[in-house]
Design a protein around this ligand. Structure first.
Ligand code: FES
Length: 88
């Protein structure tokens, strides 16, 4: 396999990954889970499942949902720790 065909294969792999659902059982995509976390305030897998359905089947996607929840919590903690430069 030369470099060109290798790149082409990686490209198609990446494309497939962006259109595959995060939760295959309930056919829920990552952006829907992110919306449940960011806009609707879900902080647990159970809340995400109740919100958009992701995680309500075999539970294989729970580790992905937990990672997204952890990243959101870390971002919130970082934002809370940042000094506020308000002009009062
Ligand atoms: S893949 Fe999400 S519950 Fe099965």
């Amino acid at each position: 396999m030369d470099n060109l065909s290798c790149s082409a294969n990686l490209g198609s792999l990446t494309e497939n990954r962006t259109v595959r659902p995060l939760c295959h059982c309930l056919h829920v995509f990552a952006d829907e889970v992110q919306q449940a976390i960011d806009l609707d305030g879900c902080q647990t897998v159970r809340q995400v499942t109740a919100n958009c359905g992701a995680g309500g089947g075999c539970t294989a996607c729970h580790r992905h949902i937990k990672r997204m929840l952890a990243e959101a919590a870390a971002a919130r903690a970082e934002e809370a720790a940042a000094p506020a430069f308000g002009f009062a």
